[in-house]
Design a protein. Structure first.
Length: 352
């Protein structure tokens, strides 16, 4: 089922056509079945086909773990990429912004199944995305798949699962290997904070358990920027006020079961064994102040060498970077994207 209408919001300088693609009897990799899976999405622009009927201007952009597709409509992202004359101008590009399984307005545990919701993983999420693109939107080729954080990880998976489906891949704030070390420890602690809270009640709580706040606190510490927080809250009282307001605002917009499932979903992520299967050009971008993917581990330098047409960019810490959140600031990295689009355009024998 597809539906579309117009929407806008005060903090955005882009509006899109939202819709819902509904799949019946969607099979999850763990063997369970969702009788109905709804994938919500927003599109901007229109698809353009060449003489052979191939869509040449579609761009799929995938969000982070607790985000949603509409987050890319905010001024800091859309205002840098989607406007007139910008790299992904919606007058010439077809932008597809889906909400992943378990997030945004797509089907999720808090809709009613709570902790009885199937235990989906990233594999299930990219299968649903692919079906949205092909069966729902009738797009048979993508110019780009790009994504931030979780979306960056899923971008790597798209390159392996559907190697000939796109001209280029742009994973941001990610590493193409199984999540381990402190990153995995953080996720395990977040999950345990919720599951081990007696107020969680096996997922059948009426009010949000305090464990959700503990989980949000952990994520804040891993994804925030010490440099920026010192600038914004340099004194004791301002720091206390900042974090109290942040937690109150954030927790009020989260659900413990949704949060738990969102972070559990990364358990099946591990593109490392099949990196040689990625044939599309790759532009991987991380920032040096990202504590979720700290550069001192040296993982990207080793892994990118196995990607046939891969380039890795590490953005140094500056007043413009925002830790892990740099992934959503195209003003910092769009120069690299411009070069990449020029290269894949030239490879296609067309102007960028």
């Amino acid at each position: 089922m597809l539906s579309a209408s117009r929407t806008s919001a005060q903090d955005r300088d882009a509006s899109g056509a939202p819709g819902d693609f509904v799949m019946r009897d969607f099979h999850i990799a763990d063997g369970s079945v969702l009788s109905e899976l709804r994938i919500h999405y927003v599109t901007l622009g229109a698809p353009r086909r060449d003489a052979s009927g191939i869509v040449r201007n579609a761009v799929l952009i995938l969000h982070g773990t607790t985000g949603n597709g509409e987050g890319f409509l905010r001024r800091q992202f859309a205002g840098e990429l989607f406007g007139p004359g910008d790299l992904l101008d919606t007058a010439t590009h077809y932008i597809i912004l889906p909400d992943g399984i378990g997030t945004g307005k797509s089907t999720k545990p808090s809709d009613g199944l709570h902790a009885h919701f199937p235990h989906y993983g990233y594999h299930d999420m990219i299968v649903a995305q692919h079906r949205l693109v092909t069966d729902g939107l009738h797009v048979n080729h993508l110019l780009l798949v790009m994504g931030t954080s979780m979306g960056g990880m899923q971008t790597w998976m798209w390159g392996e699962a559907y190697p000939d489906f796109m001209d280029g891949l742009v994973p941001l704030a990610s590493v193409p290997t199984q999540i381990g070390g402190r990153n995995r420890m953080m996720r395990t602690m977040m999950i345990d904070d919720i599951r081990n809270d007696p107020a969680w009640k096996g997922g059948d709580y009426v009010t949000q358990p305090p464990g959700l706040t503990a989980a949000v606190q952990l994520l804040f510490m891993m994804t925030s920027s010490p440099l920026q927080l010192q600038k914004q809250a340099p004194a004791r009282d301002s720091a206390d006020a900042y974090i109290h307001q942040y937690l109150e605002r954030t927790v009020a917009n989260e659900d413990a079961n949704d949060y738990l499932y969102q972070f559990s979903a990364s358990s099946d992520y591990n593109p490392a064994p099949d990196l040689e299967h990625v044939v599309a050009p790759v532009l991987a971008i991380n920032s040096a102040d990202d504590q979720v993917n700290p550069p001192e581990l040296g993982l990207m330098e080793k892994l990118i060498s196995r990607v046939k047409h891969g380039r890795y960019v590490l953005i140094p810490i500056s007043d413009r970077t925002r830790g892990h959140g740099t992934h959503s600031l195209p003003a910092v990295w769009k120069g690299y994207l411009a070069e990449f689009l020029f290269q894949i355009g030239r490879a296609r024998g067309k102007s960028p």
